[in-house]
Design a binder for this molecule. Structure first.
Ligand code: ADE
Ligand code: ZN
Length: 324
């Protein structure tokens, strides 16, 4: 079964590049950039990765990424993630980054995007590992700040496939970003948003109806709303679900309670993803294994999940055909 998972060609659709920052790289980059950390060593930092909810994770996530300062730092971060993905037989990735978390520290957007894109292009040349890049707005900040970021991204428009919405969900509903999503759509961006991770099922409906997203990131709260589930199944709207993330952030108490198989068997286009693997205990294969070992997913289930990711990704039909 484990070899079935490792040999399965996989596509990752929900991955925050800043969430791939392993403690070892935090310390290496801190040294390179002359930054003093609050933790004695890597194991002390790793020991702090105990989360009670999304916010307790976000506090450490924003703190950790302060070591990222130069184009080379963003290249090294992205390259390390791509090496791990290649080792997991991941063939295509759609990667989020959080520009506001860097520009508000004075890091130029050109350094952030330049370093990430240089690594993505090297992976395509070296392994035929393809990718898309998604600019994500921080929802705890204002819509005006998101508009400002959209404007700053204009010189990089060709490198960006879509926009997303992440960070603290509760109290920051999709409706807060209605106008900036309309503006991004008018510029030809594809649209996704985190919804129904910690927030209610109504946020999923609002992301679809008000933000006009084509894919929902997380979306596990759909399990609480039968009419919404029926709609998601009928319209084959993809959900980029992250099993180990949901466990680590206590969205569920045990993997045996995860709604993935209930959603899959109800006909939804659910997919497996790693979210912030350096913080949540595993990359793609580990997330598939958690479903197999903790939830009892069969090989048939895992294959359908992998096929759903191909269906949901932004490759052309010709490129998708190569993956299946
Ligand atoms: N930013 C990084 N990971 C996130 C998650 N799981 N939910 C919301 N915002 C995030
Ligand atoms: Zn996420």
């Amino acid at each position: 079964m484990t070899s079935f998972i490792s040999e399965l060609p996989k596509v990752e659709l929900h991955l925050h590049i800043e969430g791939t920052l392993e403690p070892e790289m935090v310390f290496a980059l801190a040294q390179r950039n002359g930054i003093t950390l609050d933790y004695a060593d890597e194991s002390a930092l790793r020991a702090a990765y105990q989360f009670s909810d999304l916010q307790s994770f976000l506090d450490l996530y924003y703190q950790g990424m302060q070591v990222l300062q130069t184009e080379q730092d963003f290249f090294d971060l992205t390259w390390a993630y791509l090496e791990r993905s290649h080792a997991d037989n991941v063939r295509h990735v759609e990667v989020f980054f959080d520009p506001q978390a860097h520009t508000e520290r004075g890091v130029p957007l050109a350094a952030v995007i330049g370093g990430i894109v240089r690594a993505l292009e090297q992976a395509r040349r070296q392994w035929s590992l393809t990718s898309r890049l998604i600019l994500s707005f921080l929802r705890h900040l204002s819509q005006a700040a998101a508009f400002d970021t959209l404007r700053q991204a204009e010189p990089f428009r060709q490198q960006l496939s879509g926009i997303g919405l992440d960070s603290a969900e509760q109290g920051n509903p999709p409706t807060k970003f209605a106008q900036v999503y309309a503006a991004a759509q008018a510029q030809g961006y594809r649209l996704v948003a985190h919804a129904g991770e910690e927030g209610p099922a109504s946020y999923i409906r609002d992301a679809l109806d008000i933000l006009k997203v084509e894919r929902i990131d997380h979306g596990v709260a759909a399990i609480d709303d039968a009419p919404l589930m029926a709609r998601l199944a009928q319209e084959r709207i993809p959900l980029t679900v992250c099993p180990l993330s949901n466990l680590k952030l206590q969205v569920i108490n045990d993997m045996s309670e995860h709604p993935m198989l209930a959603l899959l068997h109800a006909g939804l286009c659910v997919t497996v993803n790693s979210d912030d693997p350096a913080y949540f205990g595993g990359y793609m294969n580990a997330n598939y294994r958690a479903l197999q070992q903790g939830l009892g997913a069969s090989e048939r289930d895992l294959l359908q999940l992998a096929l759903n990711s191909v269906e949901a990704c932004w490759l052309s039909p010709e490129e998708k055909a190569v993956l299946t």
